[in-house]
Design a protein around this ligand. Structure first.
Ligand code: HEM
Length: 249
């Protein structure tokens, strides 16, 4: 029970900070960075952090932990795979729009593209993410991929998913720092910078919450099952067995 409670607290912690990250970035661009628009100016650039944080961090975070949510364990594996793939696709689409916004803004203002560490790390994360999405779709959603390939790829898929998520957070933190350096130099506007830097806080908490909830599932599942009495335990174990069946991976 102890482990299950800990799992739920990490889940709550990660969800609260995920919402806070989206809220902070919205407040930042709406109150201090000229709002949102699609005009080749600052409001168009602002879609970049807003969509990166809400799509690539918030929604990707939900996609990562969706299999660990206790209320989803009774759903079929096929349905869960579709939800996982669907959330990752939405995250990818939002991130692509966010990139169009920043490239378009640079081109409109005659600013060179891809000149910073942030942009190279960010683009690498997006390319790896699209590969992960494509391979995941081929191997886990198409019916003709062999069972041995599905189980062999699973640890690689899980590990690279968390690695990409960590890289995305690093890129976001670099992006925030860079934007603040560009816009606040010589640091004479403490109110603006405080809120921009504060956005980094929920971002890091969101990652640690998701990573912990994702990588420590066994204990929590056991406690959850024991809590629901013997009859339900037998039912649930049978259900988990079908989940673990190679055909279902
Ligand atoms: C989290 C995922 C993110 C990814 C994958 C990402 C990726 C990128 C890429 C590829 C560029 C280059 C665009 C170009 O050269 O035209 C870029 C530019 C930029 N991004 Fe991000 N970004 C992310 C989040 C953020 C956030 C949260 C901010 C905060 C404001 C931000 C601020 C910037 C800035 C200021 C630029 C223009 C300067 C530069 O190219 O480094 N980014 N980003």
């Amino acid at each position: 029970m102890e482990g299950y409670k800990r799992f739920l607290s990490f889940l709550a912690f990660s969800t609260v900070f995920g919402f806070a990250a989206v809220l902070f970035v919205l407040v930042w661009v709406l109150l201090w960075r000229e709002g949102l628009g699609w005009d080749g100016g600052a409001p168009e650039f602002n879609w970049h952090p807003v969509l990166a944080v809400s799509g690539f961090i918030f929604i990707q975070g939900i996609a990562i932990i969706v299999y660990r949510l206790p209320w989803t364990w009774r759903c079929s594996k096929r349905l869960m795979k579709c939800i996982h793939a669907g959330l990752n696709t939405v995250a990818f689409i939002l991130m692509s729009i966010s990139l169009v916004a920043v490239f378009d803004f640079h081109n409109a203002k005659n600013i060179p593209n891809m000149y910073s560490l942030h942009s190279w790390i960010g683009l690498a994360a997006v390319i790896l993410y699209s590969l992960q999405l494509f391979i995941g779709f081929l191997v886990y959603l198409l019916p003709f991929s062999p069972a041995f390939l599905r189980s062999a790829l699973l640890p690689v898929h899980t590990y690279s998913g968390i690695l990409i998520f960590g890289t995305v957070i690093a890129a976001a933190l670099m992006g925030i720092t860079e934007k603040l350096i560009f816009s606040l130099f010589p640091f004479s506007k403490p109110g603006k910078s405080a809120f921009g830097f504060a956005t980094g806080e929920p971002l890091t908490k969101r990652t640690s919450g998701c990573a912990t909830a994702k990588t420590n599932p066994q204990e929590q599942q056991k406690h959850f099952l024991f809590d629901r009495g013997k009859k339900q335990l037998v039912k649930a174990i049978k259900h988990r067995k079908c989940f673990m069946n190679d055909q279902e991976l």
